[in-house]
Design a protein around this ligand. Structure first.
Ligand SMILES: [Zn+2]
Length: 937
């Protein structure tokens, strides 16, 4: 046992986990230029299991009393967790001879210099994040290698991708499909880093094909058409928006070179062959019929005469997240009107640097048109997906993504593409002090609207107030922010309810079970603080938190900074109320006694003789022992007295009893002395027995009998075999006639404090479903900022752990509600399958609005739900959507569309909710608002 720590400073599993979680928390966002490392998923998952408390098996049946197998605190359930071997990344590699293969396919020319040898090891193609590998930070990789060894190291650089310059780990170099105008129908694959410049690529390609650079023009041959001339030599492929597996055309000079080019000319190559010289004619024909143009259209799969809005979207490989979100958005009434009337074409803002030059809006418009034209039972959103990938590479590829992230991106992208404001005014920020909130809110809203005006703002945007308060000087800071959707936490993601039985060591109160609400990210300290408030802990008292398992104290929570995540819902927690100065268990002079409760159980063995076995029950008592007495008699008397005190709450009033049972005993009152003496003499209610730390009496321990008098009898040597200096162990062997004198039931089922009936407690137990209302309350609840997210108080001039409070100020016509079922960082994902009870009809949010809303009603009806089935990292998305004119609900599962009953819409898979505000109420005020806005600044 003593030798188990000798293994080269590898921290214990939970410390490993904490270390990795900490590093990940310190680096929430990847930075361009950073190096990240790949770790094979299977190894990673084994490690996660190894270091994760979640995987503890809960004991299925009560373990036997056999002490040989009894758990000890250091190894809870034995060896269930398998320590992973060295890191093995070889399954990610193409083949065992990967080093040589890495230099094929033009890689040697395309990749930038300065990469390490190890990196040139070739990855298998089509690897997927999460499924095949996870990406870890450099320090995590280094720690894992130090602990486990193994490899090889697979380093990848973070590059900025897409219009929005999202930091992305470049797992693979870009694969370009090079087409030469002189050789029709042949496509060559060449790889380059997305950071390679256009000039570099052109030079390399010309070298490869033996062409003169001056004789060649290079085209972005997106969808088989001359999309854009690639003539800016210093642009990177990334900034030129060249996608993976995209075609690039090398146009070789012929006698009659046509100089003018037309951009954005979709089908020009296929139709204009005649005008551009002989070679192009034959060439375009070859492509046209070679199927190259087929992918450029959203293909209508089949025609069954379906009505508009009942058209499925086929899955293009893990695109159900997109299909689900698109179905919800495409059933938004305002968007249907706007796009089907082609009104959007007039709003396209080509010059907005934040937009996609209208590409996204046009692709969405085209898709909406097809979905609502009717006639098709499903279409393939291929074109839309391609455009999407060009605008937001984070959604490219064939991995599963989050429908919420997609909705957020799409709404934002559509807004920028359709922003009617061409010239954004600038306004100096004014001091918010000493002006009425309404004035500030209106001013900020107008300012926002003067810079942002689109169909998305008109319908989806609201405003909330965020207040920060300094805990020291009380400084208030007000901000009003626009929102496009509400991300509501499920109550259990923010706070957790932990049940703890508090047992008094001084016999002052019966054992009582409390339900403490604590921050999920909190520590034992948080729990003890909350518990102290609930049980009215006195100044000179402190709580000692323990975990009890089959009648024994299984774990002492000595480290108050321990994370509460270590506590599982089924753990039985007991906190002992001790004198404050006694709680420091490290202090030498302090001693405590653990008092087990034992019952005799008669068991008939089949050899016909009755055997008597003692079994532990209930949570042990804990009593403080005064330091100092080495005298045997004193010691025993002291233990007996302490037990008697601790047992006071369990004493039942004896028949005809007039006295209260004091610590000084029940034997000296004359009226009952006869009776009790008789009872005591016949059989005492309990015997005290010194025992080992498991509560089992062994030969080395002997019995101390509590008699009716004050004489304690001991047998044998009393101090033999003390297992743990500082803690004494005794057992109370309850006799069968104890029932009339002591309330033994109270030992096993403590009183329930009123906190046990709290809503969250009930919700957590599944007795009460979580309501949308309670999610909203949780979202708006005041909370303390995290220690690593402190606020700079302008008055104190230091960072403070401020309290933050959100209030809804202005609600949109279309309210998108995101239920935060996933807790993320890149490596640890958890999903909650909690059922959320949300109304499909008449959701009234009026009461959540600030008083400025006046008498206006905010009543919403559900029209769309994006569902997520399965666990994290994969799973399947579908959608429920309502047809506006019939009010009937349909299930959209990729290409399949089927009618459903409104009652079926509410499931525990619900992930995004789409609500439309009722127009009958409050129309005038909305119009007034519109007027006010259009006349405003
Ligand atoms: Zn302050």
């Amino acid at each position: 046992m003593e030798r188990e720590r000798k293994t080269d400073e590898v921290p214990p599993p939970h410390e490993q986990r904490e270390c990795v979680v900490r590093v990940e928390a310190e680096h929430p966002n990847m930075q361009a230029g950073e190096s990240m490392y790949l770790v094979q998923s299977r190894w990673w998952r084994q490690w996660q299991r190894y270091v994760s408390h979640d995987e503890y098996a809960t004991p299925s049946s009560s373990p036997s009393m056999s002490m040989a197998t009894s758990p000890t605190p250091s190894s809870p359930m034995g060896g269930r967790r398998v320590k992973p071997g060295p890191i093995d990344n070889t399954p990610l590699l193409e083949s065992h001879g990967g080093l040589e293969n890495g230099l094929e396919n033009g890689l040697e020319n395309g990749l930038e210099n300065g990469r390490t040898h190890a990196e040139k090891v070739r990855l298998r193609s089509n690897l997927q994040e999460q499924y095949d590998y996870v990406i870890v930070h450099k320090s995590v990789w280094e720690a894992l290698v130090a602990w486990y060894g193994g490899g090889p190291a697979l380093v990848r650089e973070v590059v900025l991708k897409g219009v929005q310059q999202v930091p992305t780990v470049e797992i693979y170099p870009l694969k370009l499909l090079v087409v030469r105008s002189s050789i029709a129908g042949r496509v060559e694959e060449v790889e380059f880093s997305s950071e390679a410049t256009v000039g570099h690529v052109k030079t390399q390609l010309c070298k490869r094909f033996g062409l003169e650079e001056e004789e060649v023009r290079m085209w972005d041959y997106y969808h088989g058409s001359k999309y854009a001339l690639l003539d800016q030599a210093d642009r990177t492929l990334e900034s030129a928006r060249i996608m993976n597996e995209q075609k690039v055309l090398l146009e070789e000079k012929t006698n009659e070179q046509v100089e003018d080019t037309e951009e954005d000319n979709g089908d020009v190559l296929a139709t204009s062959g005649g005008s551009t010289g002989d070679w192009l004619g034959s060439y375009s024909g070859g492509f046209k019929y070679g199927g190259f143009g087929a992918a450029s259209e959203d293909a209508v799969i089949e025609s069954k005469g379906q009505r508009g809005g009942l058209c499925g979207l086929s899955n293009l490989g893990n695109t159900c997240f997109m299909n689900s979100a698109l179905q919800c958005l495409s059933h938004t009434d305002a968007l249907v009107q706007y796009f089907s009337s082609k009104q959007y074409l007039g709003d396209i803002n080509k010059d907005n640097p934040l937009g996609m030059g209208g590409e996204l809006a046009k692709a969405f418009g085209a898709l909406m048109e097809k979905l609502w034209k009717g006639g098709a039972s499903s279409i393939s959103p291929r074109n839309f997906k391609h455009k999407m990938a060009r605008c937001a590479p984070q959604f490219s590829g064939y991995q599963q993504h989050d429908s919420q992230e997609f909705v957020a991106f799409l709404l934002d992208g559509l807004h920028e593409d359709l922003n009617r404001i061409k010239q954004k005014p600038y306004m100096e920020e004014k001091d918010n002090d000493c002006r009425p909130e309404e004035v500030i809110a209106d001013e900020q809203w107008r300012y926002y609207c003067s810079r942002n005006d689109s169909i998305i703002v008109d319908n989806f945007q609201g405003q909330y107030k965020s207040t920060l308060i300094c805990p020291v000087c009380g400084k208030h800071s007000l901000k009003f922010d626009p929102f496009m959707y509400l991300s509501l936490p499920l109550p259990s993601t923010k706070r957790v309810s932990i049940k703890v039985t508090v047992i008094s060591t001084r016999g002052e109160a019966p054992p009582t079970k409390y339900c403490a609400q604590v921050p999920k990210q909190g520590t034992v300290d948080h729990l003890l603080g909350e518990l102290g408030k609930l049980c009215g802990l006195k100044e000179d008292e402190a709580l000692l938190l323990t975990e009890v398992y089959s009648g024994r104290i299984f774990k002492y929570f000595d480290d108050h900074s321990e994370a509460l995540s270590a506590i599982k819902p089924n753990d039985i927690l007991v906190a002992y109320r001790l004198p404050a100065d006694k709680v420091d268990r490290a202090g030498k002079q302090y001693r405590e006694a653990v008092i087990f409760h034992r019952k005799s159980e008669r068991r008939k063995s089949y050899l016909s003789s009755e055997r008597c076995e003692k079994s532990l029950f209930a949570a042990p008592l804990l009593v403080p022992l005064h330091p100092g007495s080495d005298d045997l008699d004193n010691e025993l008397r002291h233990v007996e007295a302490a037990i008697e005190v601790a047992l006071k709450p369990f004493v039942l009033p004896s028949e005809g009893a007039q006295h209260t049972n004091g610590a000084e005993g029940e034997m000296d009152t004359e009226e009952t002395s006869e009776n009790s003496a008789r009872l005591h003499k016949s059989e005492p209610a309990y015997m005290i027995c010194r025992t080992n730390q498991n509560g089992t009496t062994t030969e080395d321990f002997e019995v101390v009998e509590k008699s009716s008098g004050d004489v304690l009898r001991t047998i044998g040597g009393f101090f033999v075999g003390k297992p743990n200096p500082g803690i004494e162990y005794f057992a109370l062997d309850w006799s069968n006639n104890a029932d009339g004198k002591y309330d033994l039931e109270l030992l096993e089922s403590p009183r329930l404090h009123s906190s046990m009936e709290d809503a969250l407690c009930a919700e957590r137990d599944g007795k009460k479903p979580v309501t949308l209302q309670s999610c909203m309350e949780c979202f708006l609840e005041e909370e303390e900022l995290d220690k690593d997210d402190m606020w700079y108080c302008p008055k104190c001039k230091v960072h403070r752990q401020a309290t933050k409070k959100l209030d809804l100020w202005r609600l949109p016509d279309v309210l998108v509600v995101h239920l935060k079922r996933f807790s993320f960082n890149r490596l640890w994902r958890e999903k909650l399958d909690t059922t959320v009870d949300f109304p499909h009809d008449a959701l009234d949010l009026s009461s959540f609005l600030n008083a400025n809303a006046g008498k206006e009603k905010y009543i919403y009806d559900l029209y769309g739900v994006s569902n997520h089935y399965g666990s994290t990292g994969g799973g399947h998305y579908t959608a429920f959507a309502k047809l506006p004119e019939s009010g009937k609900w349909y299930h959209f599962d990729d290409s399949r569309v089927s009618p459903v009953d409104v009652e079926e819409v509410k499931t525990q898979a619900a992930y995004l909710l789409f609500y439309q505000r009722r127009h009958s109420e409050g129309t005038e005020i909305s119009e007034m608002e519109v007027d006010m806005l259009s006349n405003g600044v």
